[in-house]
Design a protein around this ligand. Structure first.
Ligand SMILES: NC(=O)c1ccc[n+]([C@@H]2O[C@H](COP(=O)([O-])OP(=O)(O)OC[C@H]3O[C@@H](n4cnc5c(N)ncnc54)[C@H](OP(=O)(O)O)[C@@H]3O)[C@@H](O)[C@H]2O)c1
Length: 323
C-alpha cells in the first residue's frame, strides 16, 4: 500500500478526495521517530518541512503544495521526483500584485497614515509626494492626490502561470504590456531575459514573477535600477533574492523608484533592517500566495498528481525528475 505523508497541521478532511488504497500518514513537524513513506507532501513552510527530512525514508515522490520549490532538490537529493502545485497560487498572488500596484499608485500607505493622524489637511502631502517621486515639475491645479494605472506600461518579468493571471487581471485597465521570460516567443510577444535592460527604461511598473534560480538570483541590481524611469514601481511577488537588497535600499533612499515587495532577502526580514524604513516602499511579509482557497486548491493539484502516479501516467508539474 502506498504510504503518503502529509503535514499534521493540515485538516485531514482536505485529503478526503484522495484515492482509496493508500495510507495517509499525518506527520508532525516535531516528528521524533523514523518514518517510511513513498510520497511526501511537505509542510508549506520550508523551515518546518526541513526539520523532519532526516526522519523520512523511502520517499520517491514529493508533492509540494507551493509553486516555489527551490529548497526541495537540495534537501531530498536527485533520486526523488518533485512536483509543485503549479497554478494553485495564481489567483491570490495575482490579486496581491494588482492590489500592491493600485495601493501604491493611489497612495494608500500615505492616506492610512493620514487617517491614523486624523489630520485632513495633510492630504496636500500627496501632491508633494507626486512631484518628488515622478519628477513631474509641471504646474498642477487642482493638486494631484493620486495617479492612474490606466495607460501605463507594465513589464512582466516572468510570463508563466502567475504572470499570465496578472496580465488577465490587468487587462481591463488598458495598460500596455511588455513580457519577459527565459526565451523569446510570439503571440503574444515575449522577450528573452537578455533583452531586459533595453525594456526597463520603457516601463512604469515592473512586476517580478519568476522562480529563484541561479540565473534569476540578483537579476535586479544597481545597473537595472539606474535604467528604470524616475518613479518607476518595482513589484516583487517572486522571491527576495531576485533583487539585490542593498541596491533596492539605495534606489529607494535616493528617491529613484518606488517598490511593493511581498518577499525580501533576507527572509524573515529582521527587526531594524534598513529596508523596513525605506521611503516609498509597501512591504508585506510573504503573504501573496495565501488565502482560504489556497489549501483546498493545492491539495486538489497534489491529488491529481497522485492519481496519475498510481495509474503510471506522466505527471504534470514535475520540477525535478528522479535520476
Ligand atoms: N509571493 C508569493 O507568495 C508567491 C506565491 C506563488 C509563487 N511565487 C513565486 O512566483 C514564481 C513564479 O510562479 P509561476 O507559477 O508563475 O511559475 P511558472 O509558471 O513556472 O513560470 C515562471 C516564468 O518565469 C520565467 N523565468 C524563469 N527563469 C527566468 C529567468 N532567469 N529570467 C526571466 N524569466 C524567467 C519562465 O520563463 P519560460 O516561460 O521561458 O520558461 C516562466 O515564464 C514561483 O517560482 C515562486 O517563486 C511567489
Amino acid at each position: 500500500m502506498l504510504r503518503v505523508g502529509y503535514p499534521a497541521t493540515i485538516a485531514a478532511e482536505l485529503f478526503a478526495g484522495f484515492p482509496e488504497g493508500i495510507e495517509l500518514i499525518p506527520l508532525s513537524d516535531r516528528l521524533d521517530h523514523e518514518v517510511d513513506i513513498d510520497v511526501w507532501i511537505p509542510d508549506p513552510y520550508p523551515t518546518r518541512a526541513l526539520r523532519i527530512v532526516p526522519r523520512l525514508h523511502g520517499v520517491r515522490l514529493v508533492l509540494s503544495l507551493m509553486a516555489g520549490t527551490e529548497w526541495i532538490p537540495a534537501a531530498m537529493g536527485p533520486h526523488v521526483t518533485i512536483c509543485n502545485a503549479h497554478g494553485a497560487h495564481n489567483i491570490s498572488t495575482a490579486e496581491w500584485t494588482l492590489s500592491a500596484i493600485l495601493a501604491t499608485l493611489k497612495y494608500f500607505p500615505l492616506y492610512l497614515d493620514i487617517q491614523s493622524s486624523g489630520e485632513w489637511k495633510r492630504r496636500l502631502e500627496a501632491s508633494a509626494h507626486y512631484v518628488r517621486i515622478t519628477g513631474d515639475m509641471r504646474p498642477q491645479y487642482p493638486p494631484v492626490m493620486q495617479e492612474e494605472l490606466t495607460g501605463k506600461t507594465v513589464l512582466l518579468v516572468g510570463y508563466g502561470s502567475i504572470g499570465k493571471e496578472i496580465e488577465r487581471m490587468l487587462f481591463p485597465f488598458n495598460v500596455e504590456f511588455l513580457r519577459v521570460a527565459r526565451s523569446a516567443r510570439t503571440e503574444p510577444e515575449v522577450h528573452a531575459v537578455s533583452e531586459l535592460e533595453s525594456l526597463l527604461p520603457r516601463a512604469d511598473v515592473i512586476v517580478l514573477i519568476l522562480p529563484l534560480t541561479d540565473e534569476s538570483r540578483g537579476l535586479i541590481g544597481r545597473r537595472q535600477f539606474e535604467l528604470m524611469r524616475q518613479g518607476a514601481l518595482l513589484v516583487n511577488a517572486a522571491r527576495g533574492p531576485v533583487v539585490q537588497t542593498d541596491a533596492l535600499v539605495a534606489a529607494l533612499n535616493a528617491g529613484k523608484i518606488r517598490a511593493a515587495v511581498d518577499v525580501t532577502d533576507p527572509e524573515p526580514l529582521p527587526p531594524g533592517h534598513p529596508l523596513w524604513s525605506c521611503p516609498n516602499l509597501l512591504l508585506t511579509p510573504h503573504v501573496g500566495g495565501s488565502s482560504p482557497q489556497f489549501a483546498p486548491r493545492s491539495i486538489k493539484t497534489a491529488e491529481g498528481e497522485l492519481r496519475r502516479y498510481i495509474a503510471g501516467e506522466p505527471l504534470k508539474n514535475v520540477v525535478q525528475a528522479a535520476i
